[in-house]
Design a protein around this ligand. Structure first.
Ligand SMILES: *Cc1c(COP(=O)(O)O)cnc(C)c1O
Length: 411
């Protein structure tokens, strides 16, 4: 019986079996796991049998969430983390060695971009490229390049990476391709389909939706041959090579670096994830309708949304993704005051978060892109009046009315 995504997700705990017939895996908060026979404790420690030894490396509750993310991504395994940034840091720091080269999209989430600078300082040079152009990525790959990193839809200008082209370039050269799938979520896109070896998700965003917990995850798609990866330590070359990469990420990234998700947050995230498909359909539908409407409004000079036909990567986005996502940005013309506009919004929340069930707006140049200065913003095409929107699941008419009111107030 082949079940659909939401059905499998909803019944993942029940199919695996939970005590008392409970429909949810319980929230285990124990740090220590004890065994009656010392030999069993030793066997778990040595990886000869499954089980848990210490809460920093996992628990049944984290295991249940990890199974659900694996299922969503159609992957072979997942390691969860305390945040999306903890997951990305763990991938980079556990799989790279000094001297390794990284090619990264220049259109990255600000904190990931900052992390790339840290990596550069640790002796892993990073080349930033325009990931909408696979030829630019291919040209940047060197013999010592170990990893290519990109997002799917960039924030805030919504550039869509040439994921298929980059995947081919990486496959030809045997380079690990890592995709941050946060903006699309595994409901809209599977990085495995373009040959990515690892998919990273911030579970804080749309996968939860409720904005009540931070979390992150790294999923192995099964597409990368870890036997050919030179940085796997001998200790982790246990069992089939397919499991080596994730084992090293768990041991180095979780056990040694300690960015472990709490049981309570794992439970909240798993509950949110149950409705991912329903919420994404609604949020993406709201986003497409709002982008289309905003584009025709006086006072709005530009709208950036991959679902609009004049978006530079509209055709690519249509081919790759189930829908066009819930993130957009737009510019006000000179005659509208940005702050009057934002303060006139009554439903929409002014906040830096994204992927929430509530619609959120933020003035980009003054906040998330403030630190880099005006010159760098200009080079990145970030207008001073750019507003980023993360569209939620409100009733559409209420969103349109809120924006119409704010545009009138700012006129
Ligand atoms: C938010 C975000 C992250 C970081 O996730 P946190 O859970 O906030 O640490 C990483 N990548 C993208 C694309 C994001 O939007």
């Amino acid at each position: 019986m082949t079940l659909g995504l939401t059905t499998r997700l909803l019944h993942a705990d029940h199919f695996k079996g939970v005590e008392h017939g409970a429909a949810h895996e319980p929230t285990h908060t124990a740090v220590a796991f004890g065994y009656d026979a010392a030999a069993d404790l030793v066997a778990v420690f040595q990886g000869q049998r499954g089980g848990h030894v210490y809460g920093r490396q996992g628990s049944p509750t984290l295991g249940a969430l990890e199974r659900k993310i694996t299922l969503l991504e159609d992957g072979t395994g997942t390691v969860s983390f305390s945040s999306g940034m903890a997951a990305i840091s763990a991938v980079l720091l556990s799989l790279l060695r000094s001297g390794d080269h990284v090619v990264s999209s220049q259109f990255l989430f600000g904190n990931s971009n900052s992390l790339m600078q840290t990596l550069d300082g640790l002796g892993c040079p990073v080349t930033l490229v325009d990931a909408t152009d696979a030829a630019a990525v291919a040209a940047a790959i060197r013999p010592e390049t170990r990893l290519v990193f990109t997002e799917t839809i960039a924030n805030p200008r919504t550039q869509v990476a040439d994921l298929a082209g980059i995947g081919r370039a990486c496959a030809e050269r045997g380079v690990l391709f890592v995709v941050d799938n946060t903006m699309t979520t595994p409901y809209l896109f599977h990085p495995s389909t373009v040959g990515a070896g690892l998919s990273v998700n911030s579970l804080t965003k749309s996968i939860s939706g409720h904005g009540n917990a931070l979390g992150g995850a790294v999923t192995d798609t099964g597409r990368f041959d870890w036997a050919k990866f030179p940085n796997i330590l001998d200790a982790y070359k246990k069992g089939p090579a397919a499991g080596w990469g994730l084992l090293q990420v768990r041991k180095k990234g979780l056990r040694d670096m300690g960015g472990t998700l709490s049981g309570e947050n794992a439970h909240r995230i798993a509950t949110g994830a149950e409705t991912l498909a329903l919420r994404m359909d609604r949020a993406c539908d709201n986003a497409l309708r709002l982008a289309t409407w905003l584009k025709g409004q006086p006072g709005v000079s530009k709208v950036h949304y991959p679902g609009l036909e004049d978006h530079p990567q509209h055709v690519r986005a249509k081919l790759l993704f189930r829908q066009f996502g819930a993130l957009m940005s737009f510019e006000l013309d000179d005659r509208r005051d940005l702050f009057v506009f934002l303060d006139a919004l009554k439903v929409v929340i002014k906040s830096s978060h994204l992927g929430d069930n509530r619609t959120l707006a933020i003035p980009v140049a003054h906040t998330i892109f403030f630190e880099m200065g005006r010159a760098r913003r200009e080079s990145m095409g970030i207008a001073e009046s750019l507003i980023r929107l993360s569209i939620g699941i409100e009733d559409y008419a209420d969103l349109q009315a809120d924006f119409a009111g704010a545009l009138a107030a700012a006129a």
